[in-house]
Design a protein around this ligand. Structure first.
Ligand SMILES: C[S@@+](CC[C@H](N)C(=O)[O-])C[C@H]1O[C@@H](n2cnc3c(N)ncnc32)[C@H](O)[C@@H]1O
Length: 366
């Protein structure tokens, strides 16, 4: 299957096919003079592919095999068999050949659009329901307030290419950087608390760095740090993605530092600080590239405070276009889980709904 580095979680084990032989068989299909002959040849090919010891399957480690998802190759062959005209069948064969021989990507990611159907693990719907967090490798749920690794994973694959540079303005325990390191993206994270930054660095040191990318956690205040100077240190002038996962105002107090956004004295100050971060980081983001903001709302004194939409507006006022609002389910915190019945009672009495979601706002820099 054609993911970049994603571990294959599907039952559909990838096939490593002898590219030259496969292409030869596909080209023979286009030479068939009649539709029945072509169908017969496709059925023969399907039969041979089903035999994993057939020489169509690359047995020799030295040749560069075509790595394919069996389900998708078989579905493409089935489409050829079901075509109603010879012309249509040949069109499907040509398309399959193209998907094996040509890579077509957009400017902002490595998704091979000629084989887009194979990226079924990349989400494109705006409602994300996760039943568990990815706890693989050094990822852990240990830091109260960290996001699930699936969020940066999806964003890095949709909005960056291998070798791109990414800035996470609220690095926490480094979830974005861990994903960046796995996916071959250079990632710089800013974290206010030195102890947390050190823990993130320790985790990154334990995570394999197969692509030999930069994963740097810098202790600093993201409203004020000099992003240009930091990037200059790495020989870069700009980044290709900015990810922001700020405190959700004062829901979790991350530290006693007044520069910590969770210590903002009011929602207005919190929003002003978010604005400062965007003002500070936007100049180093390339035009046409993306800024992703992950945040939830807050409930206080009988009132729903729409932090999500308020922070979204702060970004929109600064030269960004809104590309998507993703609603993601929110894991119930341990505290709330223990008091589930009480919260339900409070909701019924108070006329409100219990938070079960947060937002991922996706913006593009104009
Ligand atoms: C919601 S957490 C981010 C968690 C992170 N995404 C992760 O998965 O570990 C917000 C982080 O922002 C940090 N923070 C708060 N104010 C900051 C500031 N002004 N500059 C940089 N970091 C700040 C907090 O210490 C906290 O670690």
């Amino acid at each position: 299957m054609l993911t970049e580095e994603q571990p294959d979680t599907r039952a559909d084990e990838p096939w490593h096919l002898n590219t030259a032989l496969l292409l030869e068989r596909l080209r023979q299909l286009t030479a068939c003079a009649t539709l029945p002959a072509l169908r017969q040849a496709v059925l023969a090919l399907k039969h041979d592919l089903a035999q994993t010891d057939h020489h169509l399957h690359a047995q020799d480690a030295t040749e560069a095999p075509a790595t394919c998802s069996p389900a998708h190759v078989l579905a493409d062959l089935e489409q050829i068999v079901e075509a109603q005209t010879l012309e249509r069948a040949r069109y499907y064969v040509e398309r399959l050949i193209k998907s094996m021989t040509e890579i077509r990507t957009s400017a902002i990611n490595d998704i091979n659009l000629n084989r887009w159907k194979e990226y079924d693990d990349i989400l494109t719907d705006s409602l994300w329901l996760f039943d568990r967090r990815d706890n693989s490798g050094v990822h852990s749920a240990g830091y109260w307030g960290n996001f699930i690794p699936q969020i940066p994973h999806q964003m890095l694959r949709r909005y960056t290419r291998k070798g791109d540079w990414v800035l996470d303005t609220f690095a926490g325990l480094g979830t974005t950087l861990i994903e960046g390191q796995r996916l071959g993206r250079n990632t710089i994270g800013i974290e206010l608390q030195d102890t947390v930054a050190s823990q993130a660095r320790a985790l990154l040191a334990q995570e394999p760095n197969r692509h030999e990318v930069v994963s740097a956690v810098i202790t600093g205040d993201s409203t004020q740090v000099d992003y240009q100077a930091i990037l200059h240190h790495y020989g870069q002038a700009s980044v290709q993605l900015v990810l922001m996962h700020p405190p959700y105002f004062d829901i979790i107090k991350f530290s006693a530092n007044p520069r910590d956004l969770s210590n903002a004295p009011s929602v207005a100050t919190f929003l002003a600080m978010i604005g400062q971060v965007v003002d500070n980081v936007a100049p180093v983001l390339d035009r046409g590239r993306y800024l992703v903001l992950v945040i939830g709302d807050k409930y206080a004194q009988g009132e729903w405070i729409p932090l999500g939409f308020q922070t979204m507006n702060e970004v929109l006022q600064r030269g960004f276009t809104l590309k998507s609002i993703i609603v993601k389910n929110f894991e119930t915190t341990t505290g709330k889980r223990n008091q589930k019945e009480l919260w339900r009672y409070r909701a019924l009495v108070g006329g409100f709904y219990i938070f079960k979601h947060e937002y991922i706002f996706v913006f593009c820099k104009q």
